[in-house]
Design a protein around this ligand. Structure first.
Ligand code: 5GP
Length: 118
């Protein structure tokens, strides 16, 4: 499993990012190409390339990402207006960085999703 993705480099502070949250197990930073007024990525520090490699003995990793995202939404004041969390897997899911991550999108009415790409 590669620990040399762009997100690992952000975790190791080898490249800069606008980090909004960090603890022993995960980091959160603003997406470099935001798809909504708020677009933050929540990334575990443990190397997991895709959801297909999510350890069966550690499903709580996903819960940790979701809890961190929900707390961030509450702290930032947009929890009641609403937001979306998304995780992409492999090609058809649109995954481009192969370290799992949860997208938090907010700050405007979001459109529908899940339709095939044009
Ligand atoms: P995926 O398509 O894998 O679900 O999401 C990867 C996300 O990482 C994309 O939304 C993309 O804009 C973001 N991204 C790619 N490279 C960088 C980077 O160097 N810095 C930051 N902050 N985000 C990045």
């Amino acid at each position: 499993m590669s620990d040399d993705t762009i997100f690992h480099k952000i975790i190791r502070r080898e490249i800069p990012a606008d980090i909004v949250y960090e603890d022993d197990d995960l980091i959160a930073f603003r997406d470099i190409a935001p798809q909504a007024p708020v677009h933050v990525l929540f990334v575990p520090k443990r190397t997991i390339p895709t959801l297909n490699e999510l350890p069966a003995d550690a499903p709580e990793i996903i819960g940790r990402l979701a809890v961190a995202a929900a707390r961030y939404a509450q702290q930032q004041g947009f929890a009641e207006d609403g937001y979306r969390i998304v995780m992409n897997c492999n090609g058809h899911g649109g995954q481009t960085v192969f370290q799992i991550h949860l997208h938090l999108l907010a700050g405007a009415q979001l459109g529908r999703f899940g339709t095939p790409a044009a």
